[in-house]
Design a protein around this ligand. Structure first.
Ligand code: NJP
Length: 239
């Protein structure tokens, strides 16, 4: 209530659901992504809650700085940053193209870094940074090693930052979703032309969004969102 939140990757899936969830809980929400039309449509749908759409490419530091300036200009403060923008990358390690891996790193790891560095100077006590990782960012599995490596990198940034900003009263949460019913698989980069479309099984983006909103209130260290209470990845019990 009364807080100002930025959600990246807000034009679809988990990010869009997070914008609506945070707005329904009384936050002023800035919806950031590259697709200006989709963001405008989202802002129209959430009109009563006051969602501000700001076209942003998280991999472009200038674009991120301009978005944060806009947030401060409109609201004068920033309490919550949800680093949700991201994309997949599939393919066997032996076949991965370096340029694809570089690109996905720019979005999934450097993107959150850009946003955290731009936002942190303006966050005070009670500030929340929420980084959307993946269960396969905890334990890598075959055929998505490139994607996994970007989320491992994001987790490392989150873990270091958590300690570095603890004395400022800012929390850093890693959110680990399992398969979620979004356009994620359609938007993934592929080494070969593999099957597209989301798997019928998986959690809804709303479920992840509710966990993100709860994390914005309480600031836990880790949040898992999967279909089952226990998760096995490549024969290892994650939790
Ligand atoms: O995917 P999707 P999700 N700058 O494709 C945006 C993680 N995750 O909601 O820029 C700014 O519907 C893009 O917007 P646009 C996943 O790794 C998912 O499922 O307009 N934004 C769109 O709004 C990711 O971190 C699953 O094209 C950029 C959004 O990102 C997060 O969940 C499982 C951008 C992607 O929406 C949300 O993904 C898992 C850029 N340069 C983790 N590039 C899953 N769905 O199964 C892309 O473990 N975006």
């Amino acid at each position: 209530e009364g807080k100002v939140a930025v959600v990246t990757g807000a034009s679809s899936g988990i990010g869009e659901a997070a914008v609506l969830e945070l707005a329904s809980r009384g936050a002023s929400v800035v919806a950031a992504a590259r697709s200006a039309e989709k963001l405008k449509d989202l802002a129209r749908r959430a009109a009563a809650s006051g969602v501000l759409a700001v076209e942003t490419d998280v991999s472009d530091r200038d674009s991120v700085e301009a978005m944060i300036e806009r947030v401060l200009g409109e609201f004068g403060r920033l309490d919550v940053l949800v680093n949700n923008a991201g994309l997949g990358l599939s393919g066997r390690v032996a076949e991965l193209r370096a340029e694809d891996l570089r690109y996905v790193f720019e979005v999934n790891a450097v993107g959150p870094l850009n946003c955290m560095q731009a936002a942190l100077p303006h966050m005070g006590r009670g500030g929340r940074i929420i980084n959307v990782s993946s269960v396969v960012g905890k334990r890598a599995i075959p055929k998505v090693g490139g994607y996994c490596s970007t989320k491992f990198a994001l987790n490392a940034l989150s873990d270091s930052l958590r300690v570095e900003v603890a004395d400022r009263g800012i929390s850093v949460t890693s959110v680990y979703p399992g398969t979620t019913r979004t356009s994620f698989r359609d938007n993934s980069r592929r080494t070969k032309d593999e099957k597209r479309g989301w798997r019928p099984k998986g959690v809804t983006p709303d479920k992840v969004a509710k966990k993100i909103a709860a994390a914005a209130e309480k600031g836990p260290r880790d949040v898992y969102v999967t279909l089952s209470d226990r998760l096995f990845v490549a024969g290892v019990t994650l939790f």
